[in-house]
Write a protein that binds this ligand. Sequence first.
Ligand code: FUL
Length: 433
Amino acid sequence: MTTRVPSARQMHWHEHPFYGFVHFGMNTFTDQEWGSGGEDPALFNPAQLDCRQWARVAKEVGMQRLILTAKHHDGFCLWPSRWTEHSVKHSPWKGGRGDVVAEFVEACATEGIEAGLYLSPWDRNHGAYGQPEYVEYYHRQMDELFGGAYGKLYEIWLDGANGGDGWYGGANERREIDRRTYYDFPRIIDKIRTLQPDAVIFSDAGPDIRWIGNESGTSEPACWGTIDPSKIVIGDADCSYLAAGEEGGTHWIPPEVDVSIRPGWFWHPSEAPHSLRRLISIWFTSVGHGHGLNLNIPPDRSGLFAEEDVLQLRALRHAVEANFRTDLAEGAEIEDVPDGPLTRVVHLPPKTRANCVHLEEQVEKGQHIAAFEVDVRQDGAWHRIVKGGTVGARMFVPFEAVLAEALRVRVTRAIGPVTLSRLSLYHAPNVPL
Ligand code: FUL
């Protein structure tokens, strides 16, 4: 079996590329991004917490999945872990008898979306952080969360961040770990595979999906789903390698674009959601480039998605729907002409107005297109409008609107047999130009 094509688990993920991150926890109440770990659990008190609202909104706007920060770097656990006192069980929320993770997975199941969890390896609360004992603690927490008590999970998000200083049981010091060896990621990944075989595992290096290399929602138009994971140290990755992938890389580990709808990952009273224009642009450089879009919506202190965030999500959904309602290539005469690895012509009604082409390769058979060009024919003459790089699972290419009588896609370089399984054309009202 070749490792250069998607597994069934990865294909499922490719088919559902839009999902949401939920950064929620102690930081929501302390107005921080990275809590030190010494925060008082008494501060956690979301008076109206309603995971059903999160799941309902996600479902309504077309997200397939939500991923909750069960534990962020500050170590505060949103479930009553047996292995620490730094959790919801010492908070006033529900008199210390609540379990946000349980409510979250149940809400996702009720709304018919998939649940995933983030469990930060870096823990600024734990006194043994940096010692082998902490790694065993992390394993016990994986057993609690992934071992079946919370049901089936669909994505496990392994964070690479490791900033050094923290509270660490009151020591208040800087602790360095060896990023290559301390966590023993292969052992962590084996455990997740055993406990949650259907979950895609995210980290800088996969094994299922990789980081795109930035948190701003952007990506390059040329990008390979393949990389060589042995070249990556989780938490110390070469971001440009992650962004480009590797032509002929050894393993299919496509990128996830993770980005927040607001400047921060956690909710802050002074921040507002990004403009619709920015969100549309993020959509094009994530879903539109064949990657996953993990769009973070941070619940506020009441425990709900903020109304202004919900309005932006709905606006994004409507903008995307309006863009791709009518495929101008549907029903058109398609002709393959013998020129290069593949040249396909779409004959259109005269003066068809278009500004976006949508291509897909059948990645089950491998990603092979390395360069392509799009031309239009006007009054009998061909004009090039776009030069592209890779195609992969999905590639939306926006361009200045043109009037055309035919459109031609020419694959100019390929590293294997070309299968253009989709060629659609739109006149999209919301393109980022
Ligand atoms: C990073 C973390 O340091 C941020 O706080 C956030 O959780 C982001 C998704 O991942 O590594």
